[in-house]
Every structure is written in C-alpha cells, then in structure tokens.
Design a protein around this ligand. Sequence first.
Ligand SMILES: [Fe+2]
Ligand SMILES: [Fe+2]
Length: 148
Amino acid sequence: MLFLWDDSLTIDDGDIDRDHKFLFALTNRILSAAEINVDKQVLAKLLNEYIDYTAIHFDHEERLMNKLSYPDKDSHILAHNSFFDRLCLLKTAFERNDVSIRNKINAFFATYAFNHIATCDRALAEWCGQHRSHDGALPCPPPDRAAG
Ligand SMILES: [Fe+2]
Ligand SMILES: [Fe+2]
C-alpha cells in the first residue's frame, strides 16, 4: 500500500502542506524499501530521516495550533507524543533486527500514521477551512487568547 496525497488534507498553510507531502513521499520510499528488503543501512537512513522530519513537522503544526488557539490543541499534541513514542519503538525494533520488522513498518504507516493524518490532521484542516476569512487568511486568535 502506498500513500496517495488527498487534497482534502490541505490546510492552506505553506509549511504544513509541504511537510505532509514530503512525509507522504518519504513514507512511500520506506514502504517500498521494506518491501524489497533493501540494505539495512538504506532503510536505517530513511527511518532516521522520517524521525527527524516528523519532529520538525510536529513543531510546525503545534506552532500553528498555538497561533490559532485551536480548541483541540491539547489532544492533538498528546497524539503527536504518542505517535513519536511509537515511532521510536519501531526504530528500536528495527535496530534489534526484529524478524517481523517489515510487518511492523507496514502496520505503523498503513494504520497508525495514516490514521493520525486522516483524523487529527484532517480535523485541524477542517477547522482551518471553517474559520478562514473571505480573503483566505487563517484566523487570528482573539486578543485575550493570543497571549496564552
Ligand atoms: Fe498532527
Ligand atoms: Fe501532520
């Protein structure tokens, strides 16, 4: 299974949309590499790249949620933390030469990673869509919430 970009996931925030497209492409490279059993070093490099970029991306998303005073920010951040913990467990299993690593990689990306984007990130995208002003700009938080 490969990830196909779906325009309903667009947030119209340049950084985040670019991140998601990049992570989709990287996910597909990892799934393809795991499928054909590439050299372990190649897969290690791809997983490290995914981990590093995920940390950058979560920071982008969390900054946006803070900026917008997004109401579901706390649960979304908890989901990011859980996602990152699972990603680190996957990397540990890979480093320990877990014999079922291919299944674990497939399960992580096909279910867990996909579900995060399809639920938490889609909810953020929909909220941004509903609160965008007529000129297409994302909302500014009211002054009393902007400070917090
Ligand atoms: Fe997210
Ligand atoms: Fe995301």
